[in-house]
Design a binder for this molecule. Structure first.
Ligand SMILES: [Zn+2]
Ligand SMILES: [Zn+2]
Length: 193
């Protein structure tokens, strides 16, 4: 798999990180099953780096996804004809099962966000001392065109303990990475990859 990426650099020192830090497949795993883990870029004090941290900021998106998936379920189970098709076609039953699992995964996200918002952890070292990498101000032009990032932009996000600020620069190669699955407990601590 390859995805467009940009580097995150510092105006004062040779620090370097990458937007790639959140790539891969991340899951929570507990006795109820396996659920998608939403993450974002963030500064971690433990790693002294911008890396992947948990993201509990978008419960309204999760609620919207639940609603639209429920709508699909209703559409595909709501009539006698739809249910005859469900009996006849295994692919339809599998689709319904996977949609129910998706709904469950979003419900789990909302549950975790309610219990743990403000206690986001670093997905590398499990530290709680993290700040989402969300510059308030950005200048310049960095955007995706033709499956690549182009350009450069500066931010007002300070490199903690350094005095410099981060800026972002498009990578001119697409990195091919292994798609690795990583598993975490519901408290955000790492289990295995
Ligand atoms: Zn620096
Ligand atoms: Zn860390």
């Amino acid at each position: 798999m390859s995805v467009p990426s940009y580097s995150i650099l510092c105006t004062q020192c040779d620090y370097r990180s990458s937007s790639n830090a959140t790539n891969g497949q991340y899951y929570y795993k507990d006795d109820e099953g396996q659920f998608n883990l939403e993450r974002q870029l963030g500064w971690c004090n433990g790693c002294q780096s911008i890396t992947a941290i948990e993201d509990f900021s978008d419960t309204s998106k999760a609620a919207g996804e639940i609603r639209s998936n429920l709508y699909s379920i209703r559409r595909d189970t709501g009539t006698v004809f739809a249910n005859i098709l469900n009996v006849l076609f295994k692919s339809r039953r599998e689709w319904i099962d996977s949609t129910i699992e998706t709904i469950n995964s979003y419900a789990k996200y909302i549950e975790l966000a309610k219990a743990r918002a403000g206690q986001e952890r670093c997905l590398k070292c499990s530290s709680y001392v993290v700040v989402p990498y969300k510059p308030a101000k950005e200048g310049g032009d960095l955007d995706v065109r033709g499956f690549m990032y182009h350009g450069e932009r500066n931010t007002d996000f300070e490199h903690p303990g350094c005095g410099g600020t981060f800026y972002e620069k498009a990578d001119n190669v697409r990195l091919h990475g292994m798609v690795e699955s990583k598993f975490y407990k519901a408290d955000g601590s790492f289990i295995e990859s």
